[in-house]
Ligand binder design. Structure first.
Ligand code: SF4
Ligand code: SF4
Length: 263
């Protein structure tokens, strides 16, 4: 359980609570404008954030203040959380409308249109009116689940994002290479751009053969190989990607809280 579960999920996984996808939350003009600005002004908004982070977080005198401002933004405005494939699939069954849209990072940074972000409800309606992204493609929960499984097998990490917390409007499907925010998250460990998932990977050492596939697949440097056995360290975000690359099925995700209780 995290602070978001306490505040927005009545003590359970907050991102599975239907009220956090409710279209009525998007009746707020402030939230509608924020969603529009994320998609319309993406390059300006995140290009500027990265440039400011690169300068401010290297100057000791301003670092503390900059961290406070960034972390406030990535908590109350646009908060990212890793979710497992299983939870991503469950999430797609919650809102009425489920749609695919071009990934803003791929579009603005690499000039490629790749439909891989999954939008919900009113967020889809708003983005459908932005010419660069229209039309969004309505796919429904079942097709979204198949789509997510396919991406997962390729090593894609699923993250949910708020547009003015607690409203959740999108599941991004990305990797450290192509995603501005994942990149920022990796570069500055003190920044809470993306929060860890509620699960963590564990290895069955009885069957692990030490092949190292999981280590190569992990984008968070959370796996080491010692004496021909994989070991998961504290950097595990619980994305579950490593599971797909283990030839003997030695990795599973378990609730993070269980592992913390065992330690
Ligand atoms: S060890 Fe596995 S679950 Fe943990 S971050 Fe790496 S790929 Fe994701
Ligand atoms: S991929 Fe599986 S078998 Fe290979 S090192 Fe990782 S846990 Fe062990």
């Amino acid at each position: 359980m995290c602070e978001f579960c306490v505040q927005h999920g009545a003590g359970k996984k907050w991102y599975l609570a239907a009220q956090n996808y409710a279209d009525k939350l998007v009746q707020s003009q402030e939230r509608r404008l924020f969603i529009e600005s994320v998609f319309k002004d993406y390059r300006k908004m995140y290009g500027r954030q990265v440039r400011i982070a690169d300068v401010a977080l290297k100057i000791p005198l301003v670092k503390k203040y900059a961290l406070m401002k960034f972390n406030a933004f990535f908590t109350s405005d646009h908060s990212g959380h890793v979710v497992s494939l299983e939870d991503a699939v469950s999430i797609c069954g919650i809102p009425g409308r489920v749609s695919l849209v071009d990934c803003p990072c791929s579009k603005y940074l690499f000039g490629k249109d790749v439909k891989k972000c999954i939008l919900f409800g009113t967020t889809a309606e708003i983005v459908d009116n932005i010419p660069e992204f229209a039309p969004v493609q309505d796919i429904g929960a079942e097709d979204a689940a198949e789509f997510l499984k396919g991406l997962d097998e390729q090593g894609t990490i699923h993250t949910i994002w708020t547009f003015k917390t607690p409203y959740i409007g999108v599941i991004c499907n990305c990797n450290n290479r192509d995603c501005v925010l994942m990149h920022l998250n990796q570069r500055y460990k003190d920044l809470n751009v993306i929060r860890e998932g509620h699960e963590v990977a564990v290895v069955n050492k009885e069957i692990c053969n030490g092949c190292g596939n999981c280590q190569r697949a992990c984008q968070f440097k959370a796996v080491t190989i010692n004496e021909k056995k994989a070991k998961i360290n504290n950097s595990c975000y619980g994305c579950g990607v490593c599971r797909n690359f283990c030839p003997v099925g030695a990795i599973q995700l378990v609730p993070r809280i269980e592992l913390e209780l065992i330690k």
